[in-house]
Design a protein around this ligand. Structure first.
Ligand code: NAP
Length: 559
């Protein structure tokens, strides 16, 4: 890609030639969007903060980082060649292997030449005069593009808690979501881990093996199912590779876009013995499809309690000290209402002599000092501190960028009371700005690569339509957006998801409005709606050749 100082009559800055499509983020979404844009013959560039591809898998390098969707499914499906040639070595892929896969894809599709690494987008402003986005980076470069695609990821903006004295701690402090690339040696150290979500549950067993003593600071216990990770069974791999197209299609017909065995009866319609047998079978099989046992587990509190109590009993069985076991048992939310975790020996780790659970519900953290943490009246002397404290999910990466739409409206202002989008794909007031796996789409409730591919294909088809129609402009209408957000809300209200203080609701971030962000209607329903909208000539979108000034306002001049 060529940088020039003399573009469009501007000689005063580092302005880059205009692109058809500017993509923010080089994770799986950004990489796929670049591939699709090229296939349409559009000029495209990707801007990426990191020094490599992979998105969340570039940053989350903590020991034990692993995907909780089976590796045969957590990969691109758009290329038969890719899915045939890549060999996953384990049932659930580790972070290094997923990152190696991302790099393999980037090389194979020759993506790297159009990705600008080490480049953080700080501002994106829509210029009404010519329907172009002007995008500024921390390197002082300015880009211009007709269409902007935010492929910024749902779990990419890390959340560091505001604990008094955190910045005074003199040992190493490491966030799981931004783990040092050179690795960290914690052997022989007293290590504290704050947080027991998916990241904490994965990192704790690994750190316990290294640390002299590991202190796990737990505010809320979580439900976790054993992953039962194991080396890839060649026959299993073969069965997938022989039937990939069929299995991918079947996966897409399932709510999370993940091929699972779904029960079809209510958990309450079977005898307690049959239910127990089913939960035991799924517990032994391992993985998050435990929740697929009965279709009402996330709808009926009574049904949910049967699964929750089963898992609580398992924790009580695994953890030898009964008082400790009770501290690890989740009681404040329905199972699955927070993202369920998959672990390898998490609860077993608390039977080790070098591991101590610090129950923050009984003894909240008072402060962090240079030497360690004071929780309740106890002081914990620490050499290193690991923050497994999560993310400003779904909207965090977008709100870090100063996104300015029509009439100076910022996305931050518009989303002050919660994000509003049409289909998760666009937000009214922000023409020509697409979002991949945005709020109001199934995103984090799915195998996210399925969600990325579905959104990516829809956006690419839409761009092809705009090119064909010689259109310069597309914007979600306010009324379509309002109707969609009602649907998103109604779908969530019919479930138990709203009964947990989760990052799905944004309540892990101080001041963030409590709004359930993903669309829980499932992949097939969502995709059907998106396809129907497109087939109806992009119903709910305003498409035009250009913007026309009417009084003080700009309006789309329809094609
Ligand atoms: P998370 O689920 O939001 O968990 C954050 C943890 O930090 C919670 O236990 C939270 O406690 C605790 N915490 C936050 N602030 C705290 C404070 N001030 N004091 C004490 N504790 C505090 O974040 P995560 O574990 O990084 O996971 C986020 C998501 O990333 C997952 O749900 C999953 O979707 C994805 N992920 C997936 C995998 C995988 O594929 N296996 C692995 C890692 C992450 P409270 O619950 O009390 O707020």
């Amino acid at each position: 890609m060529q940088h020039t100082d003399l573009m469009e009559g501007r000689a005063d800055g580092n302005v880059v030639e205009p692109f058809d499509v500017l993509i923010v983020g080089a994770g799986f979404a950004g990489m796929y969007m670049l591939h699709l844009a090229r296939r349409l013959g559009l000029s495209a560039v990707v801007l990426e903060t990191a020094s490599g591809v992979g998105g969340t898998w570039f940053w989350n390098r903590y020991p034990g980082a692993r995907c909780d969707v089976e590796s045969m499914q957590y990969s691109y499906s758009f290329s038969e060649e890719l899915q045939q040639e890549w060999h996953w070595t384990e049932r659930y892929a580790s972070q290094p292997e997923i990152l190696a896969y991302a790099n393999h894809v980037a090389r194979k599709l020759d993506l790297l030449r159009d990705i600008e690494f080490n480049t953080r987008v700080i501002r994106a402003a829509f210029q009404e005069e010519d329907c172009r986005w002007s995008v500024s980076t921390d390197r002082g470069t300015q880009y211009r593009a007709k269409w902007c695609v935010m492929a910024t990821g749902c779990l990419s903006a890390t959340q560091t808690p505001n604990i008094p004295g955190l910045d005074t701690f003199k040992g190493g402090t490491y966030h799981t979501g931004n783990w040092p690339h050179e690795g960290v040696t914690l052997s022989g150290q007293n290590v504290g881990v704050i947080g027991t979500g998916s990241s904490g549950i994965q990192v704790v067993p690994e750190l316990a093996k290294q640390a002299k003593h590991l202190y796990v600071f737990q505010r809320t216990p979580n439900f976790s199912i054993p992953a039962r990770n194991r080396p890839m069974d060649p026959e299993y791999e073969d069965s997938w590779k022989t039937n990939y197209a069929e299995r991918r299609a079947l996966a897409r017909s399932m709510p999370a876009g993940i091929l699972s065995q779904f029960g079809d009866k209510s958990a309450l319609a079977v005898s307690p013995e049959e239910r127990l047998q089913e939960y035991e079978r799924r517990w032994a099989a391992g993985g998050t499809s435990f929740l697929a046992a009965y279709p009402d587990l996330l709808k009926s509190a009574e049904a949910n309690e049967t699964a929750a109590e089963f898992v609580r009993e398992k924790i009580r069985h695994v953890v030898q000290n009964p008082t400790l076991a009770e501290q690890l048992v989740p009681v404040d939310h329905p199972i699955g209402a927070k993202r369920i975790c998959a672990d390898t020996q998490y609860f077993e780790t608390f039977n080790r002599e070098n591991v101590t659970l610090v129950d923050l519900r009984a003894n909240p953290i008072r402060e962090i000092s240079p030497e360690g943490i004071t929780a309740g009246s106890d002081f914990y002397d620490l050499d290193s501190l690991v923050l497994a404290t999560g993310f400003d999910a779904i909207t965090g990466a977008l709100s870090k960028i100063d996104i300015v739409g029509r009439q100076g409206l910022t996305l931050k202002e518009k989303w002050r009371d919660g994000p509003n989008t049409y289909l998760g794909l666009m937000s009214s007031g922000f023409p020509n700005l697409f979002i991949v796996t945005g709020p109001g789409s199934p995103s984090v409730l799915t195998n996210v690569i399925v969600a990325i591919e579905d959104n990516g294909r829809w956006i690419a088809d839409c761009l092809a339509h705009l090119v064909e129609a010689d259109a310069e402009y597309i914007e979600a209408t306010a009324s379509a957006e309002e109707t969609w957000m009602d649907q998103v809300r109604e779908a969530a209200e019919g479930t138990l998801y709203t009964q947990a203080k989760s990052w799905y609701l944004g309540v892990n971030i101080p001041g963030k409005p409590a709004v359930f962000m993903p669309y829980v209607g499932g992949v097939p329903t969502y995709q059907k709606i998106c396809d129907e909208v497109a087939a109806a000539g992009y119903r709910g979108f305003s498409i035009g050749t250009r913007l026309k000034r009417t009084g003080r306002n700009m309006e789309a001049q329809r094609c």
